[in-house]
Design a protein around this ligand. Structure first.
Ligand code: JCE
Length: 242
C-alpha cells in the first residue's frame, strides 16, 4: 500500500517512521510519502490561507495551492487512490473503515489547518475519485495531522505482515462488536491485587466464558450503544444470562 500525506507540518508525521510502522516501511509493506503543501506555493510568503467568505473566525485554506499539490501527488503513482480528508465535521472513522482502507492500493491524506480547507477542493476531487471526510472523534483538534497518525496506525496494523501476531488484529476490540475485557500478566499478585483465579485454571472453556462475560459487562457499562448495535443473533443464552 502507498500512503501520501500532504501537510504544512511534515514534522508532525515523523512518528510514522518509528517502531511497527517504521519497520513496515523499511520492509516495503508500506510506502509512505509526506509532502509539504508550501512546496506548491509561489509567493514569497508561501501563503496557504485567507479570510473566510461570509466572515467568521479564523482563516480557510485556499483551494488553488491544494489543487496544484494534489494534482502532482496523485499523478506521481498510477494506482487508484482514495482521498481522505480529516475534519471535525467528517463521518466517524471506525474499525470497519480501517478494514476498508486496508484493502485500498493507495490512500492520499489532505491535512487541513486553520478552520479547514476550502470545500471546493473536496468537491472537485470527488467528481473523479473516492473522497472521504472523516472524524476520529467528537472533539476538535488544531489540524488533520494527528487524525492521520491515528488512521494510518489503525489501517497499517491490519496489513498482513505488519503485526508480529496476526491473531491480535483479527481478535481485537470491535472485531466481535464488544470492547476488550481486562488483561493480566505476571506476577500472580501485585501490590495485593491477585490475577482472577479462572485465568490460571487452565480450563479454556471457563476462561473463554469469563473473558466474554467481562467484555459484555464492560461494553454494557461503557458503550451501551455498541450493545444496541449488535445483530440479534450476536448474544447467546449464556450472554443474556449475564
Ligand atoms: N476528529 C477531529 C478532526 C479534527 C480536525 C481535522 C482537520 C482539521 C483542519 C483544521 N482543523 C481545526 C478546525 C477547528 C475548528 C473547525 C474546523 N477545523 C481540523 C480539525 N478535529 N477533530
Amino acid at each position: 500500500m502507498r500512503i501520501d500525506v500532504v501537510t504544512i507540518f511534515p514534522g508532525y508525521l515523523a512518528p510514522l517512521r518509528e517502531a511497527l510502522l517504521g519497520r513496515a516501511v523499511g520492509t516495503g509493506l508500506l510506502d509512505i510519502a509526506v509532502h509539504d503543501l508550501r512546496d506548491w506555493t509561489h509567493d514569497v510568503h508561501q501563503a496557504v490561507d485567507d479570510a473566510p467568505y461570509g466572515g467568521g473566525p479564523g482563516m480557510v485554506m485556499r483551494p488553488h495551492v491544494w489543487g496544484e499539490a494534489l494534482d502532482d501527488v496523485l499523478a506521481a503513482d498510477p494506482r487508484p487512490a482514495r482521498l481522505v480528508v480529516p475534519t471535525p465535521a467528517g463521518r466517524p472513522f471506525t474499525q470497519a473503515a480501517a478494514h476498508a482502507y486496508a484493502a485500498q492500493e493507495r490512500l492520499v491524506f489532505a491535512c487541513g489547518r486553520y478552520e479547514g480547507i476550502d470545500q471546493r477542493v473536496v468537491d472537485h476531487y470527488a467528481a473523479s475519485m473516492p473522497v472521504d471526510e472523516i472524524s476520529i472523534g467528537d472533539y476538535v483538534l488544531v489540524g488533520g495531522e494527528v487524525a492521520v497518525l491515528v488512521v494510518v496506525e489503525a489501517v497499517a496494523r491490519l496489513l498482513p505482515g505488519v503485526l508480529g501476531n496476526p491473531r491480535s488484529a483479527a481478535e481485537d476490540s470491535f472485531s466481535d462488536g464488544l470492547l476488550e475485557g481486562p488483561a493480566y500478566t505476571r506476577p500472580e499478585v501485585w501490590r495485593g491485587h491477585a490475577v482472577p483465579e479462572v485465568l490460571r485454571s487452565g480450563n479454556h472453556g471457563a476462561i473463554a466464558r469469563w473473558r466474554r462475560d467481562r467484555a459484555l459487562e464492560r461494553t454494557a457499562e461503557r458503550r451501551p450503544d455498541l450493545i444496541a448495535a449488535l445483530p440479534p443473533d450476536a448474544l447467546d443464552e449464556a450472554d443474556r444470562a449475564l
